[in-house]
Design a protein. Structure first.
Length: 504
């Protein structure tokens, strides 16, 4: 019996040792599989292959799931559950990041606009000429983003203008710059655009400026004041010089001139071109509200509304049924010893001439710091397209549509047979310097107002202002302009017309 028991005990010891060996082998295998899983996790995190994670984990389960110990299965289930949660969490974070990015963009746009008043107007832009066609394979990513209904913003603290680009067909789209097609540069056709006035809210405050020393304009102004205040409940402000004629109405404070654009929704100018220029000069070096110009007497270029129909015109302006023309202005700076001594905005022209002196002046002319001539003449005239029908046309300059973006350079009585007017792009800086060997005395005038003497070595710089003048049109910019040059200047009119030949 003793020998039998001993043998049984030995066999049991051997079986126990075998089981222990099997358990240790299984533990080693499970550790290796867990380490492999951890290594693969790190690799997936480094390469950001989250969308392949589920498929990869499924393959791991197929190869290693049955070989694992039973007490580790709960850990594996938690691991699977965690990975799904992480994927959902990452998707949520992506959505949240997109929403936050959109919100931040909206905040930036609002900060740029800086709208300090309730009223603003939108401007719809209708392309009136054919746009350049581009095939789908040639469009860049930026062009693909600019789909139908996209808009660019011309913003100012007071006025917001949304320029909406509309395309007639899906295949065609307009491009604002040069683009490559093969080895050639193709320039798109520049489209004429109409800017339409569209009030967001009803106008509440209006500035009314009248021509001084005219009884007819005073009577007309009293009628306009009654119409605006009683019929439309609009607050009307007048200038201090008109307080004597209209003591019951409030004047704008002269101390508020740097911020006038924040007060008024639109401006009414009652008089002629000079009154219009004076009205615009009140908004010097700042944005300008829309200007409605009424002429008293004959029609002018800037005041193209007949004062006889002022009730109908004012009603349409308040309802927002008008088109606008953005008239560019110029920023003029005078320097002495390279120090700024004077700065202003002009709508018509800047003139450097000899004034009452009998001697010719010598002026050095630069474009973007590149000297292109030294002119000996009575002077030089630099004007906007709006001012091309003023002093510029009398000096022999070209007639230019006010929507053209450019700067006109016209020599005045130059001592040369080849001195001709020039048209520069609106992006350049023009510099006119009085030469040290100049014989005559130079004087500078801005929109008819004389600044004073320019001594030798002093110079004037001229650039395009970022604040144009939005003038309200009767019909549209093209029709109003052609009507003005034909009725006022008599452009291409003949008293005697040639008779046609009679056929035999």
């Amino acid at each position: 019996m003793s020998t039998f028991l001993v043998n049984n005990l030995q066999e049991k010891d051997k079986e126990n040792q075998k089981e222990k060996l099997l358990v240790t082998i299984q533990k080693v295998k499970t550790k290796k599989t867990i380490q492999n899983d951890d290594d693969e996790k790190k690799k997936n995190k480094k390469h950001h292959h989250n969308h392949h994670h589920h498929h990869h984990h499924r393959s791991q389960k197929h190869h290693h799931g049955r070989n694992r110990v039973h007490h580790k299965r709960g850990h594996n289930k938690r691991y699977h559950h965690k990975s799904r949660k992480e994927l959902k969490h990452q998707q949520k974070m992506k959505k949240m990041n997109k929403m936050e990015y959109r919100k931040s963009l909206k905040k930036r746009i609002k900060e740029k606009k800086n709208l300090k008043s309730q009223n603003a107007f939108q401007v719809e832009r209708k392309s009136l000429s054919k746009s350049k066609t581009i095939s789908k394979t040639q469009t860049t990513k930026k062009e693909k983003v600019k789909k139908k209904g996209s808009f660019d913003e011309i913003s100012s603290p007071k006025v917001r203008i949304n320029v909406i680009k509309t395309n007639n067909s899906k295949k065609e789209r307009s491009v604002d710059n040069y683009f490559l097609r093969g080895n050639d540069f193709i320039h798109p056709l520049s489209a004429r655009n109409e800017l339409k006035l569209d009030w967001k809210t009803k106008p509440k405050t209006v500035l009314l400026i009248k021509q001084r020393g005219d009884t007819e304009t005073t009577k007309l102004m009293s009628k306009m004041l009654k119409l605006l205040t009683f019929a439309y409940q609009i607050n009307v402000l007048i200038e201090p010089s008109a307080k004597e004629d209209f003591p019951d109405y409030e004047c704008f404070d002269t101390n508020d001139k740097p911020n006038l654009y924040q007060i008024f929704d639109f401006v009414i100018s009652l008089g002629g071109n000079g009154t219009f220029l004076y009205t615009v000069s009140l908004f010097n070096l700042q944005p300008v509200p829309p200007v409605l110009g009424f002429s008293v007497g004959s029609l002018r270029f800037l005041t193209n509304y007949d004062s006889k129909n002022f009730r109908k015109s004012i009603k349409a302006a308040i309802q927002g049924k008008f088109f606008l023309t953005l008239r560019s202005r110029l920023v003029c700076r005078i320097f002495s010893d390279d120090e700024l001594v004077f700065k202003t905005n002009i709508l018509n022209e800047a003139v450097i001439d000899r004034s009452g002196s009998s001697r010719v002046v010598n002026l050095k002319c630069y474009c973007d710091n590149v000297k292109f001539t030294t002119i000996s003449a009575d002077g030089v005239l630099v004007s906007t397209p709006t001012g091309s029908t003023g002093y510029n046309i009398s000096a022999g300059g070209p007639i230019t549509h006010p929507a053209v973006s450019g700067i006109l350079f016209t020599p005045m009585c130059a001592h040369s047979l080849s001195a001709r007017p020039l048209l520069f792009p609106d992006s350049v800086v023009i510099k006119i310097k009085v030469a040290k060997d100049s014989n005559g005395i130079c004087y500078c005038t801005f929109d008819g107002k004389q600044y004073g003497e320019l001594k030798k070595g002093m110079y004037l710089t001229i650039t395009t202002s970022k604040y144009p003048v939005p003038s309200i049109n009767v019909n549209n910019s093209v029709a109003d302009w052609f009507q003005a040059i034909s009725t006022i200047l008599g452009w291409n009119e003949r008293k005697i017309k040639q008779k046609p030949y009679e056929e035999d």
